[in-house]
Design a protein around this ligand. Sequence first.
Ligand SMILES: [Mg+2]
Length: 258
Amino acid sequence: MKISEKQSEILISLVHTAGQEILKIYNNKIIKNYKKDNTPVTNADLKANEIICRGLKINFPKIPIISEENDTNKSTKKKNFWLVDPLDGTKEFLKKNGEFTVNIGLIENGKPIYGIIYMPVKNKLYFTKENSSYFTKLTKKGEMKDLKKIKIKKRKKNIIVISRSHSLAKKDMIKAKKIIFKKFNANKILRSGSSIKLCYIAHGLANVYPRYGTTMEWDTAAGDAILRFAGGRIRTLDRKILRYGKPKYKNTSFIAKG
Ligand SMILES: [Mg+2]
């Protein structure tokens, strides 16, 4: 399927609205709870989820929605489905460092064919349109400002981007960094929360993002689409291109590259 101009505008407006509601909570009162898997969830995750799911249902009634904040035990056999992370980077949100995003990805036959990622604090938006990736700033009203097409850049330096929130002690983190430097022949390491890391590669600000351990498909779908249409790929450790609609929507370790 193809996302039309009108549908693209609707999706931009949806992530913008969800982002503005997240910001209201961010600047006011965050209520934190824990899910069954012991990960944090806030009133902002739930509010953004409500807005996005309602909007998708109205505008795309036939496409199932798989969201981090809905029951994901049911799997879908449909050719197309949405993968939604209404607030990616809840830990960053709670730390108030601004590195969280609103993510919507669309899958077709196991491949991400559309993606949109909005960073409310910085008003930055990445999205795909007709097999290209774009970056724009959004005004308060949600209008695009300085829209430009983005492409992977070949760079002399090898810049690695890794997660900010981690469970390693400082000493172990220094060790892990050394190993990563050597393995990827890196010149520099950037650290960032959420799917911003995939946007960095698509935008030519970093080259490699290695991610070891389990992630969920809604964490990567939108960023994967943006990265692909900018000329990059996410591959599993056995060098296969990452696919979607896997059991329980779980990703294995991967390396994203420009
Ligand atoms: Mg989330």
